[in-house]
Design a protein around this ligand. Structure first.
Ligand code: ADP
Ligand code: MG
Length: 424
């Protein structure tokens, strides 16, 4: 069946999104794939469609129970036989599901990474015809990513034990060069078709401004006032700074709210609601704000301090302009931000389970990422290009429309004017 026809038949979509067709085609022809596509790009379809076209079963390794449940529910609703094997199943349900799987009842089986090496699952898998092994959220294999899951490292051994090694597809939205290398190497992909798509957000304007604390304050006030009724977010590195900046804005009559992990659940909920319903215009927040909020008309995201890494920056800045209309992302940099970021890295207690040597390794990794972030604040080159290259894309050239590009253009214009004057 032609791919487009299959897309329509099984999923009811009229066209492929960028990158999907190439990935589906590679997997169907038996080639491994490493695909990096931003959230919402439609990665699931890239393995779900081949699952239906290939003979045999597709296993999908996925790290989260909720993700598995949602995807399987959607598939079943579309009439596609799918199931998940994870700890949400009772013993009886698992036994029944395995029995059905053995009888060839499922085309797609979602499985938690912890299950791959278990005797019961192997007993099934070693006697099944597994055509495709899709690794979703594949950055979990890398210690350079944000959600390292040690069980992901066992995936290639599992694949190698099967009677016939399946085609392997790895999918993620986070892809720095280091994570991509890990994906390729640690998952032991064979000559994979690699694709990186669509990180660019053409409607976002990026700029960096340097200044000391008093400059930042003055700039922010002017900026927020100029934006009048627009909704915007101001991210600060610490709770204390959130309090200060929020008070500053309020003192000037700007309807601002605050959000950080030190506030009561109730106040946080109220702030978020007020922002969503436009009762406050500016949300001043730490990085605790944003997970799962979906306000499409945010016209600007100002970073009052430099974040710790580019992943955080792009994710936070990316909350601007979801509606596709123009929006601004401005980072206010001062050298004091470097010290704050270093302090936050030193204080990071997220990895309590790690021993001292591992902690040291994590910190070194964090410092490397901080250096790249700092590089963004100091480059005179195109900011959009710097961002996209960080995420593994190769943009054609300068964007011509970020803060740095415009500044350079102005310099050129001034020089041309001066030259014209001298010629008279
Ligand atoms: P990702 O895993 O890349 O974050 P998903 O696979 O969850 O993205 O897909 C995001 C949304 O896009 C889903 O609602 C999905 O149904 C939809 N989608 C995927 N492919 C297409 C397509 N070709 N046409 C229209 N909608 C699509
Ligand atoms: Mg996904």
């Amino acid at each position: 069946m032609e791919l487009l026809e299959a897309l329509k038949t099984y999923f009811g979509y009229d066209s492929f999104r960028p990158g999907q067709e190439a990935v589906v085609s590679a997997l169907c022809s038996g080639r491994d794939v490493a695909a990096v596509m931003p959230t919402g790009a439609g990665k699931s379809l890239c393995f779900q469609l081949p699952a239906l076209l290939l003979e045999g079963i597709t296993l999908v390794v996925s790290p989260l129970i909720s993700l598995m449940r949602d995807q399987v529910a959607a598939l079943v609703q579309a009439g596609i036989p799918a199931a998940f094997f994870n700890s949400a199943l009772t013993e009886r349900q698992y036994a029944l599901a395995l029995e059905r799987a053995r009888a060839g009842r499922y085309k797609l089986i979602y499985v938690a990474p912890e299950r791959l090496g278990t005797e019961r699952f192997l007993d099934f898998a070693l006697h099944a015809e597994i055509a495709l092994l899709a690794v979703d959220e594949a950055h979990c294999v890398s210690q350079w990513g944000q959600d390292f899951r040690p069980h992901y490292l066992e995936i290639p051994d599992f694949a190698a034990r099967l009677p016939r090694r399946p085609v392997v597809g790895a999918f993620t939205a986070t892809a720095t060069q280091a994570v991509r290398r890990d994906m390729r190497e640690l998952l032991q992909l064979r000559d994979p078709y690699e694709i990186v798509t669509g990180f660019d957000r053409p409607n976002l304007f990026f700029a960096v401004r340097h200044g000391r604390e008093q400059d930042k304050r003055a700039w922010l006030l002017e900026f927020v006032k100029r934006h009048g009724e627009d909704s915007g977010i101001v991210y600060c590195a610490t709770r204390k700074k959130v309090e200060e900046v929020c008070a500053l804005l309020k003192a000037e009559g700007v309807p601002a709210g605050r959000y950080h992990a030190g506030l009561e659940q109730e106040e946080r909920g109220r702030s978020q609601e007020d922002f969503l319903w436009d009762r406050i215009r500016v949300m001043v927040a730490t990085n605790a704000f944003g997970m799962g909020i979906d306000k499409s008309d945010v016209r600007y995201v100002v970073h009052y301090n430099m974040p710790k890494d580019m992943e955080s920056y792009y994710q936070e800045a990316g909350r601007a302009g979801r509606d596709g209309e123009k929006a601004e992302c401005v980072l206010l940099y001062s050298s004091a931000d470097e010290q704050t970021a270093r302090f936050l890295i030193q204080q990071d207690r997220e990895n309590e389970a790690l021993d001292e040597a591992q902690l040291e390794q994590v910190r070194r990794r964090d410092y490397t990422r901080l250096r790249r972030m700092s590089g963004y604040c100091h480059t005179g080159d195109c900011l959009r290009r710097y961002l996209l290259e960080y995420f593994g894309e190769t943009p054609p050239g300068r964007c011509g429309s970020c803060g740095n590009c415009l500044e350079q253009q102005e310099a050129v214009d001034v020089t041309a004017q001066a030259a014209a004057i001298l010629r008279c």
